[in-house]
Ligand binder design. Structure first.
Ligand SMILES: Nc1ncnc2c1ncn2[C@@H]1O[C@H](COP(=O)(O)OP(=O)(O)OP(=O)(O)O)[C@@H](O)[C@H]1O
Length: 236
């Protein structure tokens, strides 16, 4: 049995008395991209925040590379190899585009030049404060920062939210490249078709529980009835 890179076991997370994650378990193996789907408010971001250390689970175990990380500070989890693409682009607005990448960069396969090649619009704005970029450009920069972080596991929380189709396609290409390079990742997405095309496995969260899991995302992609039942989408 290959050991899971990320192992989440029976995790419960609350906001005050509001019980949001209700016993979530999942694994991500080396080289695998896991899709997490679910309608608004079902707990996807709460799960990402719990894994990355921004929220502390009240119950449950989480290990990264075999080391327990549940409840550890986000900074320590990042050092252990987790790169986060948070929902809603997050950049340092007063640092330049290049500086934003430089402060996030760690030794590894993805270089700052790789990011500039994938997102040429960023190279054109290299010396501009990141706060001056459009929302889509800030999202590319957020993705770029996670890439040059060269984590063992990349968590992407709705990286295409609110983007124009061209930028969505660019982000898609980068997710595909991550997968080809064998970087393990979690992709949280509302764009179901976008996600199912490029993940190895997928699960559906509903009210803080995993209600469906598939090792055949292509089959789910074309199963309109299942998509309607699980996600209230599709049907064409
Ligand atoms: N800071 C908070 N305090 C209290 N409740 C919260 C907080 N953040 C989220 N929630 C609640 O927790 C539940 C899960 O929210 P979460 O953001 O994890 O869902 P999501 O699946 O990521 O949805 P979305 O796609 O809208 O981001 C929702 O009912 C939400 O209202």
């Amino acid at each position: 049995m290959t050991e899971a890179l990320l192992d989440v076991r029976g995790v419960h997370t609350y906001y005050g008395s509001s019980h949001v994650l209700q016993g979530v378990s999942l694994t991500v193996r080396e080289g695998e991209v896991l899709g997490i789907l679910g309608r608004n408010g079902m707990g996807k971001t709460t799960l990402i925040h719990t894994v990355s250390g921004l929220l502390r689970p009240r119950e449950g175990e989480i290990t990264l590379g075999g080391r327990p990380i549940a409840g550890a500070p986000a900074e320590r989890i990042a050092r252990a190899g987790l790169s986060l693409v948070p929902q809603g682009h997050r950049v340092f607005p007063s640092l330049t585009v290049r500086e934003n990448l430089k402060v996030a960069a760690r030794r590894g396969a993805w270089t700052i030049d790789d990011v500039a090649d994938r997102f040429p619009v960023l190279r054109e704005r290299w010396s501009l404060p990141a706060g001056k970029l459009s929302g889509g450009q800030q999202q590319m920069l957020t993705m770029g920062r996670a890439l040059v972080g060269n984590g063992r596991l990349v968590l992407m929380d709705e990286p295409t939210e609110g983007l124009d189709p061209q930028t969505v396609a660019r982000i898609g290409d980068v997710v595909d490249e991550l997968r080809r390079r064998g970087t393990a990742a979690i992709l949280v997405e509302q764009k179901v078709d976008f996600a199912l095309r490029r993940v190895d496995r997928a699960l559906v969260l509903e009210r803080g529980r995993v209600v469906h899991e598939t090792a055949d995302p292509q089959a789910l992609r074309t199963d309109a009835a299942a998509l309607r039942r699980l996600l209230a989408v599709g049907g064409s």
